[in-house]
Write a protein that binds this ligand. Structure first.
Ligand SMILES: [Zn+2]
Length: 700
């Protein structure tokens, strides 16, 4: 860490507001959510009340398994979709909030992680304190921006602005800078310059000519003006600053690549030497920028510039725009998205803008906003307590065993796949052997937050310090070997991923919760739930996209072109099935859009079932529970992991744009391609769920 250890200081003269318990905390739910779980009741993992017994498994398996749950869980008024992810997310958030509320009150010894968690949460909830302090923590930055005398000094200010932004939020001035695994040398971490520098999330907001985009620009300009007014600029000055800022951002947006063009990893990779960088943007003082972010010259020998033409355009802009315009732009980029840490008037301006951008009608509860804020900056400290309370080492062991058994099932599958030639098969097995499956549950080594400073009476300062802590941590990786034990996201996250550049699968404790995974339930239900998720992610490493990366994570295609062709011929079956599916009257699924995800669903579920069968081999047959055989419970567990209520409007939008098919399809189409499903529920020819054996797709 290039930073000195700075312990949290106890302020001597606390303002009155900070001595009172923040109102938002008083209004929050009492500490009941923080009671550690008592002995969990033994469960089968199959909840009788979730079924709809009036629907036969042969007619609509999704409704049979989930109809009761769907009837009890309509979409809430403030949402368009309410599903199993939201359910688990809400539960996790309530638990995290409970942990933070108890830490805020407990006041653990100064300097400890628990104290920092509590102080950050407290400071965030203290909205009266935010009003009291105003923007005093902005002053050093505003002063430096005000002292800008030549464009040569711009790089230093860009560095200072970048350091107080989390590296991946895209809101740093001019461009984003972060560290990444070198796509052509997966053992090393290099620095990366990526297009950014605009506050609104898409270039289209600045450029598109339609009425909606024009309206958003008008609202945006009003938000800019109002913010400069809040910084005590005169009305005419504020209006001029707003226009200058929008002009610079619009120029950056015009030069930027479209979202589509950013998806090609090869076209967005340009490792440059310092001399090449200087030639690309001669008016930007790169050495000053790197010094400003704490990156020594020895570690800048090779910098990946994702979009060189965008950086060249920035250079022209530096020459063209007057210094005063840059000053306005830099002030805005310091403040944008920080309304929640400033006096409430700033947040009101920001919310009016958000309302236009996202359609959100109400601001989230302050306690909820603050729980997420702590989770973003101290996720591992929070996750450490979360795991102690809600995810045992025994549960991790069980989940790890499950993941390993699914990896073994994939190995057996690749060894016998009829469409893969021997060279591709060898390459696939070599890649699989290197696949890291150790990131299950939570990390063995926890992140060290000792260099992070948190004060109860300076929330904006805390937000800056936390961003800087994250930024410095990213930059510290540059020039070093890739750390394969480092976790990217904290363990309470409700997600799972396969990362092709690290060739690893991550299954955090956040998703290892019922109905995905229930340590108290039997294997069959869990293999149908989290097992299918793991299988889904694993197959992504070996499909048409995953086969562009080798086992070390280098961008190097290994599948023989003839095999890739055979793979595509096979998945034509999935495309046809999806094309035939009616989402709503007059609207069918787009097979080409969903084929990748639907293929992974089928492959993942097939692998999970094989892994379950392998784990039961040689053991006495598992008994029926609640009247269901293990095979039936496997499919019920799979269906339960998809239960989702959704509004038709949203369903329509997703069918048009989302590569993930809707939940009923993910359930019914997948199981009706699997022979075992027909055995499990005696599905007879002529029923809606029946597909003739020759029509069932088989990929993995
Ligand atoms: Zn997927």
């Amino acid at each position: 860490m290039p930073q000195l250890r700075r312990l949290a200081r106890v302020a001597l003269a606390l303002p009155l507001a900070a001595l009172l318990i923040p109102l938002a905390l008083l209004r929050a739910t009492p500490l009941s959510a923080d009671v550690p779980p008592t002995e969990a009741p033994a469960v089968t993992g199959v909840a009788a009340e979730n079924f709809d017994r009036s629907v036969s498994p042969s007619t609509d398996f999704y409704r049979f398994a989930n109809g009761g749950w769907l009837a009890r869980n309509p979409v809430p008024a403030d949402r368009s979709i309410y599903g199993v992810d939201t359910e688990v997310q809400k539960q996790n958030e309530a638990r995290l909030r409970g942990i933070l509320e108890s830490q805020a009150v407990a006041e653990a010894p100064v300097g400890t992680e628990r104290r920092k968690l509590g102080d950050y949460y407290w400071a965030c909830n203290d909205v009266e304190g935010l009003d009291y302090h105003g923007f005093r923590s902005l002053q050093p930055f505003l002063g430096a921006i005000g002292a800008l005398r030549s464009s040569a000094q711009l790089a230093g200010l860009a560095a200072a602005g970048a350091r107080v932004r989390a590296p991946d939020d895209g809101l740093a001035p001019l461009f984003s800078f972060y560290s990444e695994q070198d796509p052509r040398d997966a053992t090393r971490v290099i620095g990366t310059v990526n297009q950014g520098g605009i506050a609104l999330s898409s270039r289209d907001y600045y450029i598109a000519a339609d009425a909606a985009s024009r309206k958003i620009r008008a609202v945006y300009l009003a938000a800019l003006t109002a913010t400069f007014r809040l910084l005590h600029d005169s009305p005419s000055q504020a209006a001029a600053e707003a226009r200058a800022t929008l002009e610079i951002e619009t120029a950056i947006a015009r030069a930027s690549r479209t979202a589509d063009a950013l998806r090609d990893p090869v076209a967005n990779y340009h490792p440059l030497s310092p001399a090449q960088l200087a030639a690309l943007a001669p008016h930007f003082e790169w050495p000053a920028y790197f010094a400003g972010i704490g990156l020594a010259p020895a570690r800048t020998a090779r910098i990946d510039v994702g979009q060189p033409e965008v950086v060249a355009a920035l250079d022209r802009l530096i020459v063209r725009e007057p210094l005063a315009a840059w000053q306005s732009y830099l002030r805005w980029h310091l403040i944008f998205g920080r309304g929640y840490a400033l006096p409430q008037d700033f947040e009101k301006v920001q919310f009016a803008l958000n309302r236009e951008l996202t359609g959100t009608r109400a601001e989230p509860l302050r306690t909820s906003l603050c729980t997420r804020a702590v989770n973003r900056v101290m996720g591992f400290a929070l996750g450490h307590i979360f795991v102690e309370r809600y995810f045992s080492p025994a549960a991790r062991e069980r989940a790890r065993t499950e993941v390993a058994s699914i990896k073994a099932a994939l190995k057996a599958d690749i060894a016998t796949l009829p469409w893969m030639s021997p060279p591709s098969r060898r390459a696939a097995l070599a890649k699989l052997a290197k696949l890291n499956t150790s990131k299950v549950g939570y990390p063995d080594r926890w992140r060290d937050y000792s260099a992070l400073r948190v004060r109860r009476d300076d929330f904006l300062g805390d937000v800056f310090a936390a961003a800087q802590f994250q930024f410095d941590r990213e930059v510290a990786k540059i020039g070093k070997p890739v750390d394969h034990n480092d976790w990217d996201f904290p363990p309470q996250t409700v997600d799972a991923e396969y990362d092709p550049s690290l060739n690893e699968i991550v299954i955090p404790a956040g998703i290892l919760q019922a109905p995905f995974f229930d340590p108290a339930a039997d294997d069959a239900v869990n293999f149908g739930g989290i097992g299918a998720v793991v299988g889904h992610e694993l197959t992504h490493g070996f499909d048409d996209e995953g086969s562009q990366y080798d086992g070390d994570g280098n961008l190097r295609a290994w599948m023989a072109p003839a095999d890739a062709k055979k793979f595509h011929a096979r998945i034509a079956c999935i495309v046809a099935q999806a094309d035939a599916y009616r989402v709503l009257p007059g609207l069918h699924l787009n097979g080409k859009l969903v084929v990748g995800e639907a293929t992974a669903d089928l492959g993942g579920t097939v692998l999970a079932l094989r892994a379950l069968e392998a784990s039961e081999r040689g053991k006495p047959a598992a008994p029926a529970i609640d009247g269901f055989t293990p095979l039936q419970r496997f499919f019920i567990g799979y269906a339960a992991s998809w239960r989702t209520s959704v509004r038709p409007e949203y369903e329509r939008m997703m069918a048009l744009s989302d590569p993930h098919p809707p939940a009923p399809y993910r359930t019914n189409a997948t199981v009706s391609d699997m022979d075992a499903f027909y055995t499990a529920f005696a599905i007879a020819p002529g029923t809606p769920m029946y597909r003739a054996s020759a029509d069932r797709c088989r990929i993995w």
